[in-house]
Design a protein around this ligand. Structure first.
Ligand code: FAD
Length: 392
C-alpha cells in the first residue's frame, strides 16, 4: 500500500442507490454499443450476475468463483473456461473510470499491476468488437470426459477450442489420493465415483476434460444431438463420459457449494498457496489446466501471457491445514518454478509474485519497456502499488 495513502472501503459505495433499484450495477442499451453493464468495482461478480439476469442477460467471460470483486479480478485478468472464446474479463471491458490526477486515454491499459492503488471507480463491461457481450441461456449441458493418456487429453482440448460450438472448456488432473468430487464442484454421482475410483486405483492418475454447452427452450430439442457431434472422434476412455444438466446460474456458481461446505468444516479460511501458470507445453503433470488462445487477449494490456498462439492455464490449487503445511507447499511451488526454469519452459505466472526487480523484468519480457514508460508517465514518483516491489 502507498505510504500515507488513503484506502476506500468500496463496499460502502454499495449504499448509493442509483435510482434504478440496482446498487452499483446498471444495465443499459446503446445503439452503437448494444447491451452493457455499468458496474462499480466494489461489486461482486455474483451480484453482477444476479442483476444482469433480471434483464435476461449475463457477461460472457467469468472466473471459476464468483464471490470476488470486479476491481480485484480486473486487476489481474479474470480467466476461466470461457476465456478461449471470449478472452479474459479484461478483454470484455469497454471503459473504466480511473481515479487519478492524469487524464490520459492510455491509462486504460495501465490499471492493475501498474496503478492498482490509484483506484478504479466504475467500469463498463462490454466487448471491444461490439459483439454480443451480455448473453444468457437458461440451462447448460455439463460434460466430463476421462482420459488415461495425457497427450490424447491435451489434443482433444486443443481440438475443442478450435471448433465453434462450446461455451466452456477446462480440464483437471485426478490423482488416486485426491477426492473425485472436490470443492471446485461436486459433479459425479456416488455410483460414478465408485466406478472412477476403481479405475484410478489401477491408473494412479487420470485426466478429466470438462466442457459445457449452453442451451435454451429453442435449442433444447437439438442439444443432445449437437453434443454427440462435438464429442465424436474424441479419444476419451470408452464408458467414461459423464453428463449432467444444470441451470446457467448453478453452473457459473458451482464453486459456492464447495465453499460453504468447507466453511462449515472450518476448512475454507486456511492458507491456499496456489500457483497459476501460463505455459506453452508440458514436461510434467499438473492439476488444473485449460487451453487459451493468444488472439483473445489484448496485447496492449499489462497482463502477460506466452508468445505462442495456443497456451495452457495451469493451476496448482493447494489447500493447507495450517501455516506449517503452507510453508511446505510454498517450497513445492518454488521447486516447480525452478524446474520450469531449469528445463527452459517459457512460463508466465498468472497472479505473479516476485521479490526482485530482475524477476519482474523477466516476467514482463517484451512488455517491460512500455510498462516502465507508463509508470514514469502516470506515477513518476512511484507512489502507487509499492507492495508489488516492481519499482520500489
Ligand atoms: C477462491 C478463489 C477463486 C479464484 N478463482 C479465480 C479464477 O477462476 N480465475 C481468475 O482469474 N482468478 C481467480 N482467483 C484470483 C482472483 O482473480 C484474485 O485473487 C483477485 O485479486 C480477487 O479479487 P478480490 O476481490 O479478492 O480483490 P483484492 O484481492 O482485494 O484485490 C486485488 C488487487 O486489485 C486491487 N483492486 C481491487 N479493487 C480495486 C479498485 N477498485 N481500484 C484499484 N485497485 C483495486 C487491489 O488493490 C489488489 O491489488 C480466485 C481467487 C480466489 C480467492
Amino acid at each position: 500500500m502507498a505510504q500515507n495513502g488513503v484506502i476506500v472501503e468500496m463496499k460502502s459505495l454499495n449504499n448509493n442507490n442509483n435510482n434504478n433499484g440496482n446498487y452499483g450495477i446498471r444495465v443499459s442499451w446503446d445503439s452503437e454499443l448494444g447491451f452493457y453493464a455499468d458496474v462499480g468495482d466494489e461489486q461482486l461478480w455474483i451480484d453482477v450476475l444476479r442483476t444482469t439476469l433480471e434483464y435476461g442477460l449475463a457477461p460472457v467471460s467469468w472466473t471459476d468463483y464468483l464471490y470476488l470483486t470486479v476491481g480485484g479480478t480486473l486487476s489481474n485478468a479474470g480467466i476461466s473456461g470461457q476465456t478461449f472464446q471470449h478472452g479474459p474479463q479484461i478483454s470484455n471491458v469497454h471503459e473504466m473510470d480511473v481515479i487519478t490526477v492524469i487524464p490520459e486515454e492510455e491509462i486504460f491499459y495501465c490499471v492493475g499491476f501498474l496503478l492498482s492503488s490509484s483506484g478504479y471507480d466504475e467500469c463498463k463491461i462490454l466487448d471491444n468488437q461490439n459483439e454480443e457481450i451480455l448473453k444468457y441461456c437458461d440451462s447448460v449441458k455439463w460434460v466430463r470426459l476421462l482420459y488415461d493418456d495425457f497427450s490424447k487429453f491435451t489434443k482433444d482440448q486443443e481440438h475443442l477450442i478450435s471448433i465453434d460450438g462450446l461455451d466452456y472448456v477446462e480440464g483437471s488432473l485426478m490423482l488416486e489420493q485426491s477426492s473425485i468430487n472436490n470443492w471446485r464442484s461436486s459433479f459425479f454421482s456416488p455410483s460414478n465415483q465408485t466406478k472412477i475410483a476403481s479405475l484410478l486405483s489401477q491408473n494412479k492418475i487420470m485426466y478429466c476434460l470438462e466442457m459445457v454447452k449452453y442451451y435454451d427452450d429453442h435449442t433444447s430439442n437439438t442439444i443432445d444431438e449437437e453434443l454427440k457431434k462435438l464429442v465424436k472422434g474424441l479419444k476419451y476412455l470408452g464408458g467414461f463420459m459423464f453428463k449432467k444438466d444444470a441451470t446457467f446460474v448453478e453452473f457459473l456458481n458451482r464453486v459456492r457449494s464447495g465453499e460453504l461446505e468447507l466453511q462449515s468444516k472450518g476448512m475454507w479460511d486456511v492458507p491456499h498457496p496456489w500457483l497459476n501458470l501460463f505455459l506453452h507445453f508440458f514436461k510434467k503433470k499438473i492439476l488444473l489446466m485449460y487451453t487459451n488462445l493468444k488472439c483473445r487477449w489484448d496485447d496492449r494490456m499489462s497482463a502477460v501471457i506466452p508468445e505462442e498462439e495456443t497456451f495452457y492455464s495451469v493451476g496448482f490449487l493447494h489447500s493447507s491445514s495450517g501455516y506449517d503445511e503452507c510453508k511446505i507447499l510454498d517450497n513445492q511451488n518454488e521447486e516447480i518454478l525452478k524446474y520450469c526454469d531449469s528445463v527452459g519452459l517459457n512460463i508466465k505466472q498468472y497472479l505473479p509474485h516476485y521479490k526482485t526487480k530482475e524477476d519482474w523484468i523477466k516476467h514482463f519480457g517484451k512488455k517491460w519497456n512500455i510498462f516502465q514508460q507508463r509508470k514514469n508517465q502516470f506515477d513518476p514518483k512511484k507512489i502507487l502499488s509499492p507492495g508489488q516491489r516492481i519499482f520500489n
